[in-house]
Design a protein around this ligand. Structure first.
Ligand SMILES: [Zn+2]
Length: 300
């Protein structure tokens, strides 16, 4: 970024995380508007990316339905996949490849996925380990095994990565791992915590980072379906609220010519009544819907 951030923005960003979230509860929408305007000046073209993290087998089960929703509208999405689920259910993952969508490495076991509150996440198949607590070699193995699983089962050589639970770790530690796999991009940081406030940037030689959009009302939280619809009943789960938030984010993206890098869970959107309407609005809007690899070409 060429210009230093305004003082009041640096002051908000310097706050400890709990205080930052407090400020975000009071002024989240205003902060998000300012951040989007700043990042839009760097990108200059209204651009949407639709990414999906296939964390659980229930997400994998939703892939054929989700891909049909995208395919029927001519939308290419980006799917972060977990190696062990690719191996156990390659058929469902083929919906991604058959639709011409993009694949990202999301590790082999997705460490720290076990959640005893969910029947679908409470088994020995889900590890308690946290990715950032693994040794460097274990982390590298997580990424390598996923890469191999995708290549052997789907015939695709992935070029990018979304780190599992990226909010809990500094991606700077992992860019070296990605380079060892020959990767050229990552989408593993929250827009509001990135140095560009959401515009793509180069954090490490030969790696481009595409920051993930924050919630339009809570910019220090990822705008994902876990936040909106699932966690503690969802912060934006009233009828039509998820759609309205998506439309608000889209309007800002158009206004400021910024990047709206969305990230949802397949199990939460494939059967949600708001989602097809959000997709229709994206298609009708004057924005580019891109994959990471297509957008990356602009940086080469
Ligand atoms: Zn929110």
């Amino acid at each position: 970024m060429n210009k230093p951030l305004p003082f009041y923005i640096r002051a908000v960003l310097a706050l400890p995380s709990p205080l930052r979230h407090g400020v975000s509860l009071l002024f989240g929408e205003q902060i998000n508007n300012i951040f989007t305007a700043i990042q839009g000046k760097q990108l200059g073209k209204s651009t949407v990316i639709l990414s999906f993290d296939c964390d659980f087998p229930v997400d994998v089960d939703a892939l054929p339905t989700l891909c049909s929703l995208l395919n029927s509208r001519g939308i290419q999405g980006s799917f972060a996949v977990v190696g062990q689920w690719v191996e156990s259910d390659p058929k469902s993952h083929h919906a991604i490849v058959d639709g011409g969508h993009e694949l990202l490495n999301h590790s082999h076991t997705h460490p720290n996925l076990r959640n005893e509150s969910y029947d679908f996440a409470n088994s020995e198949k889900f590890t308690d380990k946290v990715f950032s607590d693994l040794t460097r070699n274990e982390q590298l193995q997580e990424l390598k095994l996923c890469h191999t699983a995708v290549f052997e089962n789907l015939g695709i050589e992935m070029q990018g990565c979304r780190l599992p639970h990226f909010g809990n770790l500094d991606p700077l530690d992992a860019y070296g791992l990605m380079l060892e796999l020959g990767y050229s991009f990552s989408s593993s940081i929250l827009a509001s915590l990135s140095p560009t406030l959401g515009a793509p940037y180069t954090p490490h030689e030969n790696i481009i980072e595409f920051p993930v959009a924050g919630c339009p009302e809570h910019p220090f939280t990822v705008f994902d379906t876990w936040h909106c619809l699932v966690k503690e009943g969802g912060r934006h789960a009233r009828p039509g609220e998820f759609l309205q938030l998506g439309l608000n984010a889209l309007a800002l993206c158009k206004k400021h010519h910024s990047l709206l890098n969305l990230y949802f869970d397949p199990k939460d959107v494939a059967f949600h009544e708001d989602f097809p309407r959000l997709l229709d609005s994206l298609v009708e809007a004057d924005v580019r819907i891109m994959t990471y690899q297509r957008l990356m070409l602009e940086w080469k």
